[in-house]
Design a protein. Structure first.
Length: 280
């Protein structure tokens, strides 16, 4: 009998509170598990075979259910956070007892109502738990997309040294490069992105940004808002280091330079003494 899996077991005994099941292929029923009475199909007799899912109840006992959960062992699925408690978050996986997502298995803090991508695993205490780690390895690398396609992806991990990781259509592996500002995103957010590259191993490179000529207007307005927040004088120009520019604006140096050039041509700014000033 396998914890966390749908499987067909044989009825070996009927009792007032349900039936006991065992592996149908075993000559002797060395292990058995209870299927509660409310789950037992009508007219069930000893010897019948029933498809069930095995998990642990609130008293940590192995128990069977005929309900198909939203996720099974080693699978990846999108589940909803029902509440956040002292030991972690509890997820709705279609069964009476909610599924625990321990704090140590959260790559970012989750909140009630979040819809997040998780993996089902067995912990050291032989209990089923959810994890937001290890999603990367379980996603498909055979995407049906082409460069230039607009697709939807769900954020499942923030890898600061590389970028932000998405599951396109909750199935295919993709990454937003680190030079794009994703600080406004949370775990589970679904966003529209453009496919900008397909690696040899099938993983996707994607971007939240529009094509340069379309993005420039948005970036220019972003810089004007930033200048306003600095009382009309931005204390650096496009000659600043890429790190400073990204830290202050969330833009790459190239994007910043394009937007500043647009504002300068429109005479909305002046560039003097290593500073960008709002034009009079």
């Amino acid at each position: 009998m396998k914890l966390g899996c749908m499987q067909t077991l044989r009825v070996i005994k009927k009792v007032d509170f349900g039936v006991y099941l065992a592996d149908k292929d075993q000559a002797k029923a060395e292990e058995r598990v209870l299927l509660p009475k409310k789950q037992v199909p009508d007219q069930t007799i000893v010897g019948d075979e029933i498809e069930v899912f095995l998990y642990r109840d609130s008293k940590d006992r192995m128990i069977a259910t005929t309900t198909h959960p939203f996720i099974t062992l080693n699978e990846i699925a999108v589940l909803t956070v029902k509440e956040v408690g002292r030991i972690g978050a509890f997820l709705d996986w279609g069964l009476e007892k909610d599924l625990l997502l321990p704090y140590k298995e959260q790559t970012r803090k989750v909140h009630e109502g979040d819809e997040i991508l998780v993996r089902l695993y067995i912990d050291k205490s032989n209990r089923l738990c959810a994890s937001t780690r290890g999603i990367y390895e379980g996603l498909s690398t055979n995407p049906p997309y082409q460069i230039g396609d607009e697709v939807e992806g769900r954020v499942y991990e923030f890898g600061h040294d590389f970028g932000t990781f998405l599951a396109i259509d909750d199935k295919y592996s993709a990454m937003i490069p680190k030079h794009e500002d994703t600080s406004h995103l949370q775990l589970g957010d679904v966003i529209t992105v453009e496919v900008t590259g397909i690696k040899e191993d099938g993983k996707l490179d994607v971007s939240m940004r529009k094509k340069a000529y379309m993005q420039m207007d948005d970036d220019a307005e972003r810089i004007m808002d930033l200048i306003e927040s600095y009382a009309g004088v931005l204390p650096f120009t496009e000659k600043a280091t890429p790190e400073i520019i990204f830290r202050e604006t969330g833009l790459s140096k190239a994007a910043f330079k394009r937007a500043v050039g647009r504002l300068y041509k429109e005479r909305r700014i002046q560039i003097t003494d290593g500073k960008i000033r709002k034009a009079d």
